[in-house]
Design a protein. Structure first.
Length: 149
């Protein structure tokens, strides 16, 4: 049986959020949080809009999902995010007790994997879902940003 709601399906939804961030001049990172095959939070970077360095897509999504569920723990939830979470977002995910993190593009300099950030022991990680699409959007953003300056 084909599972219509798989990692690719939900990463495409996160990618739509990243495109919205791109259109706003934000670094194009998008995230969705899924609970029992239902999207309960959608977010994208808002650091420029809110003038807040902590307004990453993941942080916005954690807040929205916690509000939706009525509690701070996201134990049965999956975070889909177009870029490997940074140390701050991975650290926050530890406290949410996410079941799984799925990300698209790797972030070798600031991503949680190379920085050896600790995740919750029960959190599973899947890397590289729609990696090329996610990576290309980020590259296009920074090329356009450099050409404007």
């Amino acid at each position: 049986m084909i599972q219509p709601f798989d990692d690719v399906y939900f990463m495409k939804k996160a990618f739509q959020e990243a495109e919205m961030a791109f259109d706003k001049g934000e670094i194009p990172v998008g995230a969705v949080i899924v609970f029992k095959d239902k999207i309960i939070a959608r977010a994208h970077n808002l650091t420029e809009t809110l003038n807040d360095v902590t307004a990453h897509a993941e942080m916005q999504a954690f807040t929205a999902a916690s509000d939706f569920l009525g509690g701070k723990y996201l134990k049965e939830c999956v975070l889909y995010v177009t870029l490997e979470p940074c140390q701050m977002c991975a650290g926050a995910s530890y406290w949410t007790q996410l079941d799984k993190i799925v990300f698209g593009a790797s972030e070798p300099e600031r991503g949680f994997i190379n920085l050896k950030t600790t995740l919750h022991p029960k959190t599973k990680v899947v890397a590289g879902v729609l990696e090329n699409d996610c990576s290309q959007l980020l590259k296009r953003f920074f090329i356009e940003k450099r050409n404007l300056n």
